[in-house]
Structures are given as C-alpha cells and as structure tokens.
Design a protein around this ligand. Structure first.
Ligand SMILES: Nc1ncnc2c1ncn2[C@@H]1O[C@H](COP(=O)(O)OP(=O)(O)OP(=O)(O)O)[C@@H](O)[C@H]1O
Ligand SMILES: [Mg+2]
Length: 189
C-alpha cells in the first residue's frame, strides 16, 4: 500500500496576500490534488472559538480544525492553504511551501483589498520579519520547507511547475520505498 494513495500532503503558507489561494487553485487544476482553503473550512464548519471584529477574522479552534482534518490525512493528496503551518503534526505533511512577497508589493495588494492601515502594517511587518518562514523551519525538517517568491504571474506559473516536479520525485521515492518493503517481506518469508 502506498503511504498516501492520493499523493503528498502539501501546505501552501505565507503572510496574507502572498498568493496562497492563487497558487493552490492553479496547482489543484493541474494535478489530482484537492485544494482545502482552511480559512473557508473554518468558517463553513464553525471550527472557531470566536470572531474578532478588531481583526475582522475568526479565532480558530485548532483542536477542532485538527480533528476535522485528521481522517483526510492518510489518503493524502491535499493542498492545505493556510497562512500559518506549524499546527499540524510533522507526520501529516510532505512539503511546506512558504510564499514570499516584497513588502511594498504586499502593501499595495492588501491596500487593494480595503484592509485598514493597522492590519496592513501588522501583516507587512510579519512579512519583513519572515515570521511564517521561521515557523515553518522550526516545525518541520529543513529539507521539506521551500521558500518561493510570489511577485509576478510568471512566479506563480514557475512555482506551480516546481511543485509538480517535486511531486514526481516524491512519487518515485514512494515507489522505491514500497519496493524495498516488499523485498524485505519476501526475504523474511
Ligand atoms: N505572484 C503574484 N503576482 C501577482 N499578483 C499576485 C501574485 N500572487 C497573488 N497575487 C494577487 O494578490 C492577491 C492576493 O492573492 P491570494 O488571494 O492568492 O493571496 P492569499 O495568500 O491566499 O491571501 P489570504 O491569506 O488573505 O487568503 C490577488 O489579487 C492575487 O491576484
Ligand atoms: Mg487565500
């Protein structure tokens, strides 16, 4: 049995506005992976503790979110589209993509969404301080964390192609480890 029959579980994370959903949608349209926008999932399934009017966002109940996702993890093939990445058990995740955007560009994107200045500033500082990247590196093994620039349409296309190439290599590795397991089983017979 392959470890995850539907493919790897990939997190696409990054500061708000870096392009997670845009990347996840394109990747899902070009592969058999399923895009899970966790912000939408939290709202739809009420996986939150409360709503913060100050931040115009929901305070997520992480236990509820993890309980909701747990049954989906073993079959794999998921793109988890979420601003942060360090709440998931290491064993769930095969690749962590952290999107990065120049802060002036990010400011304009967030302004274009009508965010208030405090919210733009907070997010912009988080991007400058590479908060999400540091979280990712702390929570997962360095070799599965990839930092990708998201500043142009070409970046999106190129990044998605890179992820697809990584998926091919991942599948190859999975097949090899399955073959090795079978050989061990035969040897022990
Ligand atoms: N690489 C890019 N080049 C140009 N524009 C981009 C790029 N990535 C995203 N955008 C634009 O920036 C805006 C935000 O993108 P998107 O909604 O994908 O970000 P997000 O990271 O999912 O944000 P959130 O955290 O709020 O869900 C969109 O208008 C999108 O078209
Ligand atoms: Mg999004």
């Amino acid at each position: 049995m392959p470890k995850r029959p539907n493919g790897p579980n990939i997190i696409i994370c990054g500061t708000p506005g870096t392009g997670k959903t845009t990347h996840a949608e394109l990747l899902a349209s070009q592969t058999s992976l399923t895009h899970l926008n966790l912000g939408t999932l939290v709202k739809d399934h009420k996986l939150y503790e409360s709503y913060s009017p100050e931040w115009d966002s929901y305070i997520v109940d992480e236990d509820k979110l993890l309980d909701h996702l747990e049954p989906l993890i073993p079959t794999g093939g998921l793109i988890l589209d979420w601003h942060t990445c360090d709440i998931f058990p290491k064993s769930w995740i095969d690749l962590v993509v952290v999107l990065r955007t120049d802060n002036t560009m990010l400011w304009d994107r967030l302004e274009g969404r009508g965010y208030n200045v405090e919210k733009i500033q907070e997010n912009n500082e988080a991007e400058i301080m590479q908060v999400v990247l540091d979280e990712a590196r702390e929570a997962y093994d360095g070799e599965i964390v990839v930092e990708l620039r998201s500043e142009s349409a070409e970046d999106i296309q190129g990044n998605v192609e890179r992820i697809e190439q990584w998926m091919e290599a991942w599948k190859e590795m999975e097949h090899q480890s399955e073959d090795e397991e079978e050989n061990v089983d035969e040897d022990s017979d």
